[in-house]
Design a binder for this molecule. Structure first.
Ligand code: GDP
Length: 424
């Protein structure tokens, strides 16, 4: 049985908490896309952790955690994450890295930085962790696969092939010093030593795990609206954020992903550039940002203040649909407790017409929010474990969201901690 936990919004919906919660009853937890460019915040008895590449099952000794083929593997960042866990007293996690995973090269990060500087005010809001140059190279067939680390001859031949391309750009477009093959080879050899205990044929491992009916959890990064195909292109990430991609990014049968939990936040937040129709500004945004999440809405990886907005039914309905959500986890409902009235975006006005279907980017850029207002509950709801104990207005808010998106809201999260969850 394979369950996927994915985002239905722009990311930062609280997937980390949900994954941490579901991980408990899983045998295998898999990261199948993305890299060190985003992070989950997890609060558990060991402390508070921002996981970027490690799957959320790393806190449980019974779980095999897999960094699968679809991930952009940043080796030094991963080693740091493992060290941070050990330093906090977490037992060494059971971790496998697919031999088909590709490696974020030092020059991917460099290219991300110099290109972002070149773009100046036309930036996409990159986290500058090399993700776009990495995936560009993967599909241009000049990426480095983990399996290739074993063979110096392959590495040398490949560097000879790749470096003239990179150095031409570095010299003539970015006016940077050229890369040297020897430096990169030494780096790759050191990385080989460091990750060799984790490397495995995870495709074969998962084939066996599925034969034995193990509980497998796919852990998505970012959200549906950052998907390169269905998101707000070009202000998207560079790997698919959709549950459907889980089968490719991890090596699982497409039909095996039977439960897809889309995580939806009770309000909206986004990082980076791009249309954000229900966005709010100044004091109104500051207050929601300050009250949001567990310690304000700031990027888990970059610390950047997140852009804030009201719940967007148009975007979320679409997000759940492209994820093929079978259930929704509505998070951070406690954050809204301060509001007298809660604005929600129920439609987009585009060229004088109100639409309820999420449009392509060119039309999205002209959209204005159509807002409705629901009554607030004005009381602290953290600690409540039973849906019927929530104030009537909070119950009505959840039912409203459910009706708008057309997927059952099975989990309501009313606080950042693992146990702060209401199962309906
Ligand atoms: P992810 O990438 O989807 O895992 O999201 P992040 O971890 O980056 O951001 C979600 C933030 O919301 C984190 O600070 C979480 O601790 C916090 N969070 C998750 N669920 C809840 C909730 O129900 N209530 C509150 N107040 N915070 C939550």
């Amino acid at each position: 049985m394979v369950k996927a936990i994915v985002g239905a919004n722009w990311g930062d919906e609280g997937k980390g908490k949900l994954t941490d919660m579901f991980a408990h009853s899983s045998d295998v937890v898999i990261r199948f896309q993305g890299g060190a460019n985003a992070g989950h915040t997890i609060i558990n008895p060991y402390g508070k952790f921002a996981l970027h590449q490690l799957p959320s099952g790393v806190f449980y000794p019974h779980i095999t955690n897999i960094i699968a083929n679809g991930v952009a593997l940043n080796i030094p960042a991963l080693l740091k994450e493992i060290d941070a866990l050990l330093a906090a007293g977490v037992p060494r996690p059971r971790l496998l890295i697919s031999d088909r995973t590709q490696i974020v090269m030092p020059y991917h990060i460099l290219f991300d930085q110099v290109e972002d500087a070149r773009l100046s005010d036309r930036q996409y809001g990159s986290t500058k962790s090399g993700i776009a140059p990495f995936y560009a190279d993967k599909f241009a067939k000049i990426g480095f696969q983990v399996s290739e680390l074993d063979d110096d001859d392959v590495l040398i031949a490949k560097l000879e092939h790749v470096l003239p391309l990179k150095n031409t750009l570095l010299r003539h477009l970015y006016h940077q010093p050229e890369l040297k093959a020897d430096d990169l080879l030494a780096q790759l050899r050191a990385w080989r030593e460091a990750i060799c205990p984790y490397v495995a044929d995870t495709f074969a491992f998962l084939h066996e795990a599925q034969k034995q009916n193990q509980a497998i959890l796919l852990e998505g990064q970012l959200g549906a609206l950052k998907d390169p195909d269905f998101g707000i292109y070009p202000f998207v990430t560079s790997s698919s954020t959709l549950a459907g991609y889980g089968s490719v990014g991890a090596g699982l049968a497409p039909g095996s992903i039977t439960e897809i939990v889309a995580v939806v936040k009770a309000y909206s937040s986004a990082v980076g550039a791009g249309a954000f129709v229900s966005e709010i500004f100044s004091d109104q945004a500051d207050e929601l940002r300050r009250r949001g999440g567990d310690a304000g809405e700031y990027g888990a990886t970059t610390g950047r203040p997140r852009r804030m907005g009201w719940f967007d039914a148009v975007a979320t309905r679409y997000g759940c649909r492209v994820q093929s959500a079978t259930a929704v986890a509505l998070t951070a409902i406690d954050v809204l407790s301060y509001l007298d009235e809660i604005p929600v975006c129920v439609g987009y006005e585009i060229d004088g017409q109100v639409v309820r279907d999420f449009p392509v980017t060119t039309r999205l850029n002209r959209a204005r929010p159509v807002l409705d207002r629901l009554p607030g509950w004005k009381t602290d709801i953290r600690g409540i474990r039973d849906f019927s104990q929530l104030p009537q207005q909070a119950q009505a808010y959840v039912r409203f969201v459910e009706k708008e998106i057309g997927v059952p809201v099975t989990y309501v999260s009313n606080g950042p901690r693992r146990e702060e969850i209401i199962l309906r």
